[in-house]
Design a binder for this molecule. Structure first.
Ligand code: NAP
Length: 265
């Protein structure tokens, strides 16, 4: 199956790198972007063909991926509609673009909406899926399989797609912010910046793996580390008093609201 990407920036590029890591042949992936300089740079770094002509990707791909910003979607969808090619699997990752909204421009196409996150470039991603009803089961399985090789996949109902997007699509940014904060806090108390950053990163990796493999809930795991009267408990007291969890609730709510605004714009 030839996979064609329209757009290969942060997210499209991460997916392409992830797919190449899973062993897909370079000849079977190609992309188009807007600017010739970026096309050349991407072709050099990814080792795939990168064009500045979307029509070539639209006509040659067996499965089409849309990895442009939401604002570019009307233009790109109109271009696809104008190409008069037979409908083929169309995988869109544009924030705010439901399968129904895309189907208004491309009525007979099997449309798959995804929300990936960038760690899939390293095989540790999360990809959310929502399928148009007419997408046949074998096609669903085939496309999901591509992403299962780069992390975990979840089929998510439309009603909670934006919330799930906030948690896993935007979540990496929140986690990077936490890592940065933890590292800077260590630095403020005297650690050098490299050591502080390495300790913070490895601690997040280790704690995430524990949370994944242990039966205890994250809250129970936190309790196990924070012995009453101990030093961790003193730090946890600060996090609880300043209500870090409430801050996260507000961050996820704001992200979800923004996703809905983009969808309604
Ligand atoms: N970044 C994330 O972590 C993330 C996570 C989940 C979902 N997404 C979704 O992924 C999509 C892409 O986001 P991004 O962060 O990857 O954006 P980005 O880094 O700005 O990349 C956009 C890409 O689209 C290309 N492009 C723009 N207009 C085009 C056109 N008319 N025809 C062909 N190519 C065009 C750009 O090429 P030039 O550079 O040459 O302009 C660039 O390669 C968005 O819809 C976003 O909602 C992103």
């Amino acid at each position: 199956m030839k996979l064609g990407f329209i757009g290969a920036g942060e997210m499209g590029g991460a997916i392409i790198r992830g797919l190449l890591k899973t062993g897909l042949k370079k000849e079977n992936i190609f992309a188009s972007v807007r600017t010739p300089e970026k096309a050349n740079l991407l072709a050099d770094t990814l080792g795939i063909a990168v064009y500045t002509d979307n029509v070539r990707v639209i006509t040659e791909a067996d499965c089409l991926f849309l990895a442009v910003k939401p604002a570019q979607m009307p233009q790109v969808l109109a271009q696809i509609a104008g190409c008069n090619v037979c409908p083929k699997p169309l995988v869109s990752m544009a924030l705010g673009w439901s399968v129904d909204k895309i189907a208004k421009v491309l009525p007979h196409w099997p449309i798959i909406r995804i929300m990936p996150n960038t760690p899939l470039a390293l095989g540790e991603g999360v990809t959310l899926f929502h399928f148009a009803t007419e997408v046949p089961q074998p096609m669903r399985i085939e496309v999901m399989k591509l992403f299962q090789n780069m992390g975990k996949t979840y089929e998510i109902p439309l009603a909670v797609f934006d919330v799930a997007t906030a948690v896993s699509g935007s979540g990496p940014a929140f986690v990077y912010h936490f890592i940065d904060g933890l590292a800077r806090a260590g630095q403020a108390q005297g650690l050098d910046s490299t050591t502080a950053r390495e300790l913070a990163i490895q601690t997040v990796i280790g704690a995430a793996k524990m949370a994944q493999h242990e039966e205890a809930t994250p809250a129970q795991l936190a309790q196990k580390v924070a012995t009453p009267g101990g030093c961790t408990a003193a730090g946890m007291e600060v996090l609880v008093t300043s209500d870090l969890k409430e801050v996260l609730r507000e961050a996820v709510a704001a992200t979800t609201r923004r996703a809905q605004e983009v969808a309604n714009s």
